[in-house]
Ligand binder design. Structure first.
Ligand code: ACO
Length: 370
C-alpha cells in the first residue's frame, strides 16, 4: 500500500523537533515556552548544539553571527545583476547556491566545516533577504550592524532605520516560531540532498526551492494577496463560501499533521492583533479573524502558521512577495541543523515506487508508430 504524499510515514529519526498530539517541541521544549521566553539566538544554539546556551555560549554565538553577517563582495555583485522584477524567493535560492562559491571548502561535509557553514548561512540569509528587497527598490543595501541580535539586525537592514521594541519583539517571536518543524517538505528535501553527501549549500538550495510552493512556505504571500483581493471584512464570508463551493483551497488553512489547529497560529494571531491596533489599518487582522471563524464553521479547518504570519509581516512593513524569504531567514536554522543531523548518521534516502504504468509492451519501430 502506498501512502499518497507519504502521509503518516515515519521516514527517519530526529532529535531536533517533534509534533506529538498536536504539541510542537524543539529538543523537548514546547514551542509555547520558547516563544514566551527565548531569543532566536538561544533557539539556534538549542538546534545546532543540543542545549540551551550558557551566558558565555550565547555571547560567543551572538558574536560569531555578527561577524559572519556581511556578504562577500562577489555575492553582492550577483545580487546587483538580478532583474528588478525577479521573484524574491527565486533570488534567494540563487544567492544561497552562489554563496557556496565563497566557501574555502565547498564540498567538505565534515561536522566541523559544515557547522561553520551552517552558522555562516544562519547569519547571512537575513542579510541577503534585506539586500534583495533594497536592491529591487533601487536602494543600496544597509551594512549589517554590529553586536545586535538577528531580529533587530534584519529589520534595520531591511528598512534602513532602527526598529522599535515592539517590532523587534514580534520579529524575534516570528524567528522562534518558524525555526524548525520536523520533516516538513523543505526540510525533507534538504535531508534527501544531504543524504547523497551533497554539501550544505546544495542541500539548503534544495530546501529553498521546496519552500517556494504555495502548498508550503509560499502560502503566506498567497494569504496576503487573498486578503487584498477581498478588501473588506463584510466581503470575507461570501468570498470564502464561493471559493469552497468551487472546491478551491483557502490559503493558510489546513495542515498535513495538525488536524485540530497549529500551536504556532495562536501566537501569530495575538501578534497580528497587537500590531493591528497601532497600525492604523486594523482591517487586515479583522478580516483574518473573520476568515478563521468562517473556515471553522464551513469546513472545520484551522489556520496554519502561514495564515496570521501574513498580516504580522504586513504590519512589519514586509511586502507580500518577500514573506516566503522572511520565513527562510528563520527556517535556515532548522534546515542546517537537520543537514548536520543527517550527515552524522547518514544513509542514502532512496525509497521505491509502485509502478502503475503498462507492462509487457513491444518495441515499435519509428516508421510503424502513429
Ligand atoms: N482550503 C480548503 N479545503 C482544504 C484546505 C484548504 N486550505 N486544506 C485542506 N482542505 C480539504 C481538502 O480539499 C480535502 O477535502 P476533501 O476530503 O473534501 O477532498 C481535505 O481538506 C484534506 O486535504 P488534503 O489535501 O488531503 O490534505 P493534505 O494533508 O494533503 O494537505 C495542505 C495539507 C497542503 C497544507 C492543505 O491543507 C492545503 O493545501 N492548505 C492550503 C495551503 C497552505 O496553507 N499551506 C501551508 C501549510 S503550512 C506550511 O507548509 C508552512
Amino acid at each position: 500500500m502506498t501512502a499518497r504524499g507519504l502521509e503518516g510515514v515515519i521516514a527517519g529519526t530526529t532529535q531536533l523537533s517533534s509534533i506529538t498530539d498536536g504539541v510542537l517541541t524543539y529538543r523537548g521544549i514546547t514551542i509555547d515556552e520558547l516563544t514566551a521566553h527565548a531569543s532566536y539566538e538561544e533557539v539556534v544554539h538549542l538546534l545546532l548544539f543540543g542545549t540551551l546556551p550558557t551566558r558565555a555560549e550565547l555571547d560567543a554565538l551572538r558574536q560569531r553571527l555578527s561577524d559572519y553577517r556581511p556578504l562577500p563582495a562577489g555575492l553582492l555583485s550577483i545580487l546587483r545583476g538580478v532583474p528588478r522584477d525577479a521573484v524574491p524567493i527565486d533570488t534567494l535560492r540563487t544567492a544561497i547556491s552562489a554563496l557556496g562559491f565563497y566557501e574555502q571548502r565547498p564540498s567538505d561535509t565534515s561536522r566541523e566545516v559544515s557547522l561553520d557553514k551552517a552558522i555562516r548561512l544562519i547569519a547571512q540569509v537575513p542579510t541577503i533577504v534585506a539586500a534583495i528587497e533594497r536592491l529591487r527598490r533601487g536602494l543600496e543595501p544597509v551594512s549589517p550592524p554590529e553586536a545586535t541580535d538577528t531580529a533587530h539586525a534584519f529589520l534595520l537592514m531591511l528598512k534602513g532605520t532602527a526598529p522599535d521594541e515592539v517590532e523587534v519583539e514580534a520579529m524575534n517571536k516570528i524567528l522562534v516560531l518558524h525555526a524548525d518543524h520536523e520533516f516538513n517538505a523543505s526540510t525533507f528535501a534538504a535531508r534527501v540532498a544531504a543524504a547523497t553527501l551533497a554539501d550544505m549549500h546544495a542541500a539548503v538550495t534544495a530546501a529553498v526551492a521546496t519552500l517556494k510552493g504555495p502548498l508550503h512556505g509560499g502560502a503566506n504571500a498567497a494569504v496576503m494577496a487573498m486578503l487584498q483581493e477581498i478588501g473588506d471584512v463584510e466581503a470575507v464570508e461570501p468570498y470564502v463560501r464561493a471559493k469552497l463551493a468551487r472546491k478551491e483551497r483557502v490559503m493558510g488553512f489546513g495542515h498535513r499533521v495538525y488536524k485540530h489547529g497549529d500551536p504556532r497560529a495562536k501566537w501569530l494571531r495575538e501578534m497580528s492583533r497587537r500590531l493591528s491596533e497601532r497600525s492604523g489599518e486594523p482591517k487586515w487582522y479583522q478580516m483574518s479573524a473573520r476568515m478563521e471563524e468562517v473556515m471553522r464553521r464551513a469546513k472545520g479547518l484551522f489556520p496554519n502558521v502561514d495564515f496570521y504570519a501574513a498580516t504580522v509581516y504586513h504590519y512589519l512593513g514586509i511586502p507580500s512577495d518577500l514573506m516566503t524569504p522572511v520565513f527562510a531567514t528563520s527556517r535556515i536554522s532548522g534546515w542546517t541543523a537537520h543537514i548536520l543531523e543527517q550527515y552524522a548518521d547518514n544513509r542514502l534516502i532512496r525509497p521505491r515506487a509502485e509502478y502503475t504504468g503498462p507492462t509487457s509492451q513491444p518495441w515499435v519501430p519509428i516508421e510503424e508508430r502513429g
